[in-house]
Design a protein around this ligand. Structure first.
Ligand SMILES: [Fe+2]
Ligand SMILES: [Fe+2]
Length: 294
């Protein structure tokens, strides 16, 4: 690690554009306990593209609403502030990063991994009665630190090696040694600069070491499990494991005890069930990725 590397990445983080005004206004509304549904609507209504995106997501298979959500007002009532905030923040971050040019194949793999991780985190959250949208967005943006590192050091952070591979402990160490910060720390700094909610920042900052998370470990742990499960689903040669349980046992030999100590309920067939559920939902929710990118 060198001072100049740390300075370069710090400067790069500072030079990222501010969040679009709609996202900043929505953050203010959700942070203020006195805010009303009207305040939320006033924050979003001037941004027609965001209104359209929210309505499309609210009516997609993702939220599975029994009746059509026909207006922004209804979307705010039905989904609540936190899920609306998640959609707005997710789209804002996705829009900032999606225009990186070149390396199309690696970028496609990167976003495919991110989307699948988001979907897996959402399925896990749903089964635990946690906010689905927030976990989906956590998964969608969990590796944005890699994109920030690539944008800062385009010649030293080769996309085929870093962007869409599961970092081994050695790669994690190398990332920190060569670039001063690993991709989780870079993402954390960037999200802090954008005033993202702290549980989301912490989950992303510790998605490769949830047991080190200083606050609630459950969020980071769910993201971490979703990340690993995604590699099993999308990389055929995942450590010669035939089933998701075998694979996760290699990655997380003591998952059950970490899971329980994070205050989460353990069920013997949960990994298998989540894996099957993601396979079922993958096709119906594939459209969600298009909604974010439209
Ligand atoms: Fe990661
Ligand atoms: Fe990842």
């Amino acid at each position: 690690m060198s001072c100049t590397t740390l300075t370069a990445i710090s400067r790069s983080i500072d030079s990222f554009p501010a969040l679009p005004s709609t996202a900043s206004k929505v953050l203010k509304v959700t942070n203020d306990p006195e805010s009303s549904a009207r305040d939320m609507m006033e924050a979003i209504l001037p941004d027609q593209a965001m209104c359209v995106a929210i309505l499309k997501v609210a009516n997609s298979a993702f939220f599975g609403q029994p009746r059509e959500v026909s207006s922004l007002e209804k979307a705010v009532m039905v989904l609540g502030f936190n899920e609306i905030q998640s959609i707005v923040l997710g789209k804002a971050v996705f829009d900032i990063f999606r225009h990186i040019s070149g390396f199309k194949e690696d970028m496609d793999r990167f976003w495919n991994h991110s989307f699948n991780c988001g979907l897996t985190a959402k399925v896990i959250a749903q089964s635990l009665y946690l906010p689905q949208g927030s976990f989906f967005i956590g998964g969608l943006i969990h590796d944005i630190g890699k994109l920030a590192l690539f944008m800062t050091f385009p010649n030293d952070y080769p996309p085929p090696l870093w962007l869409a591979t599961f970092p081994t402990p050695l790669m994690e160490k190398n990332e920190r040694m060569v670039f001063a910060l690993n991709h989780e720390q870079v993402a954390g700094r960037l999200l802090k600069r954008w005033f993202f909610p702290s549980p989301l920042i912490q989950a992303i900052e510790f998605h490769h070491a949830p047991e080190m998370s200083p606050g609630i470990t459950a969020h980071a742990l769910i993201l971490s499990v979703a990340d690993s499960m995604t590699y099993f689903r999308t990389c055929a040669s995942s450590m010669d494991a035939a089933t998701i349980d075998q694979y996760m046992a290699k990655i997380y030999p003591d998952l059950q005890s970490i899971w329980l100590s994070a205050g989460l309920p353990w069920m013997d067939d949960m990994l298998h069930n989540w894996h099957e559920q993601v396979n079922r939902e993958h096709h119906t929710n594939g459209i969600l990725m298009n909604l974010f990118s439209s």
